[in-house]
Design a protein around this ligand. Structure first.
Ligand SMILES: NC(=O)C1=CN([C@@H]2O[C@H](COP(=O)(O)OP(=O)(O)OC[C@H]3O[C@@H](n4cnc5c(N)ncnc54)[C@H](OP(=O)(O)O)[C@@H]3O)[C@@H](O)[C@H]2O)[C@@H](O)CC1
Ligand SMILES: [K+]
Length: 498
């Protein structure tokens, strides 16, 4: 599992080490210089003779860049530092000067990027972004912002290495504030920060390399990302003597006369993820049976539910069945996945084993219905904050679908899963995901009710398997929702071997 800690926790972990005189910045900048040197060797064959430009802000992040620049200069790299404020890390600057690095500056009166700076950037093999790190608040401002815009527009674009974090991201909430310099590589120190896992900021980080500088952040992580072996530990693998009822029966109230395919796809997700049995309730029974003869159509005892996928707003009968299932599930402590057309039928307050699976637009509508006046773009700009808000308002575990899927549950349980290719953004893929989440909740129904943080982990596990299934179905190319479902058994088997 990847864990990330917010700025406060990282600083708290640094404090005693700094007090004990541990050379954290020396470790960080040495590791940074080493990574940049190997990047230069990869791209140019050798580090010596190449050109590196440092973008330097006022804090320790700029200090890391300056010290790393000094080490690179000593290895024969032509290093130019662009100081964006009058006050920069003094020791770092002295080290760079001693190593014969060039020092350039932009100041507040400069309306454009000075010629000498533009010339250095135009021939740079690597640009090191040391403008803002843990201490960054709000977007990059002033001359630094003009520099960032200049580099971002440069063609060809130099390779950008972010120091600790891409400057301009919200360290703890994963937002992008104004101009952000998208990096090819981020060398991060001591621990992942939430912005390196969360959308939309994580996309700015490029590849992330974590450097151990001796930090040991305490307390629960802010945001986690499951890996295959974590999912294997969560997966409800049948015991040798299991029968279908023990393994979990999933009640599925999805699809409608207008969208019968959604019923077929939800069921496909559930049965291919390995649920013991599905009971389907709704008008799409014939289509579901044609595709999945193992399904039982009609009422009966279940351990968990999936409701709402493809339930049209004007299908009064199916909406009544969804409402009945929701009331029954909440009243009988049965976990339930609430998707799409069921989201507006959610009771005011529900337990955490109710898992909502909205996309950004649906989450905006849900929050707006609860008096928050949120637009889809607001959710996309700050997915975690909105998913968490929805959890706070409803009590439900919230799985917010997107290129990176964010899950927010009780006691701070938070996951960001980036397992699928962009091809997964295809009609019906969400219906399959709802079925996979349902299968996991049915298989671990009692556990999911007993441990209110477990539904979030199970939802994240479902997102991982669903995302990988899309990649497995057709590596590098388009997939249909049905292809994703068909790939699930092999992907689950692969994950269980991890
Ligand atoms: N501590 C350690 O031992 C280690 C730390 N390490 C490194 O230190 C980094 C954290 O350093 P940091 O705390 O100095 O914060 P950093 O982000 O460099 O700069 C903050 C400065 O920027 C300013 N500022 C803020 N927002 C701004 C904005 N939007 N636009 C413009 N300016 C803005 C703010 O000024 P203020 O507004 O507060 O006057 C403040 O002066 C961390 O990411 C890692 O790289 C490693 O070496 C490992 C050991
Ligand atoms: K940075």
């Amino acid at each position: 599992m990847l864990h990330s800690w917010d700025a406060g926790a990282v600083r708290a972990a640094e404090e005693p080490l700094l007090a004990a005189g541990e050379p954290l910045m020396a470790r960080a900048s040495f590791a940074l210089a080493t990574r940049v040197a190997s990047l230069l060797r990869e791209t140019r064959g050798r580090a010596g003779g190449s050109r590196v430009v440092l973008l330097v802000g006022s804090g320790h992040n700029g200090g890391d860049a300056l010290h790393a620049g000094a080490l690179l200069a000593r290895r024969g790299v032509a290093v130019s530092a662009v100081l964006t404020t009058e006050r920069v890390h003094a020791e770092g600057l002295a080290a760079l000067r001693a190593a014969h690095g060039h020092v350039l500056a932009v100041d507040h009166d400069d309306q454009a990027v000075p010629d000498a700076v533009a010339a250095a950037l135009a021939t740079a093999d690597v640009v090191l972004d040391g403008l803002l790190g843990l201490g960054g608040r709000g977007g990059v401002r002033g001359p630094a912002a003009r520099l960032v815009a200049h580099v971002a527009q440069a063609r060809p674009r130099p390779v950008v290495v972010a120091v600790d974090l891409p400057s301009g991201v919200g360290v703890d909430d994963g937002t992008r504030n104004g101009v952000v310099l998208d990096a090819d590589l981020t060398v991060t120190f001591g621990a992942y920060k939430p912005a390196l896992l969360l959308p939309p900021a994580a996309a700015a980080a490029g590849r992330v390399e974590l450097v151990d500088i001796g930090l040991a952040p305490a307390g629960p992580p802010a945001v986690a990302r499951l890996e295959a072996h974590d999912v294997a530990a969560l997966w409800p693998v049948p015991a040798p003597d299991a029968h279908k009822y023990v393994r979990g029966v999933l009640g599925v109230v999805t699809g409608s006369a207008r969208y019968p395919g959604a019923a077929v796809l939800t069921v496909a997700g559930a049965v291919r993820a390995g649920v013991g049995m599905v009971r389907y309730i709704g008008s799409a029974g014939p289509q579901v049976l044609a595709a999945h003869p193992e399904v039982v159509v009609g009422d009966g005892r279940v351990q968990a539910w999936v409701v709402g996928s493809g339930v049209a707003p004007d299908d009064d009968e199916q909406r009544r069945r969804v409402r009945d299932a929701l009331v029954h599930a909440v009243g009988h402590d049965e976990p339930v996945v609430v998707d799409a057309g069921a989201l507006d039928l959610l009771p005011d307050a529900v337990p955490a084993h109710v898992v909502l699976t909205p996309h950004a637009g649906e989450l905006a509508a849900l929050l707006t219905a609860r008096g928050e006046h949120v637009a889809r773009a607001d959710v996309e700009a700050a997915p975690l904050a909105h998913a968490r808000r929805a959890h706070d308002l409803t009590g439900a575990t919230v799985l917010l679908k997107g290129g990176t899927t964010v899950v927010a549950g009780p006691h701070g349980a938070t996951y960001a899963q980036a397992d699928g290719p962009s091809w997964l953004a295809t009609a019906g893929a969400g219906d399959v995901l709802a079925g996979v989440v349902g299968a996991l909740l049915a298989g671990r129904a009692a556990d999911a009710v007993a441990d209110p943080t477990l539904p979030a982990a199970l939802a994240a596990a479902a997102a991982l398997v669903h995302g990988r299934a899309a990649g497995h179905a057709n590596p590098g190319g388009p997939v249909t929702a049905g292809d994703v479902a068909d790939a699930l058994p092999a992907v689950v088997a692969g994950v269980l071997r991890a």
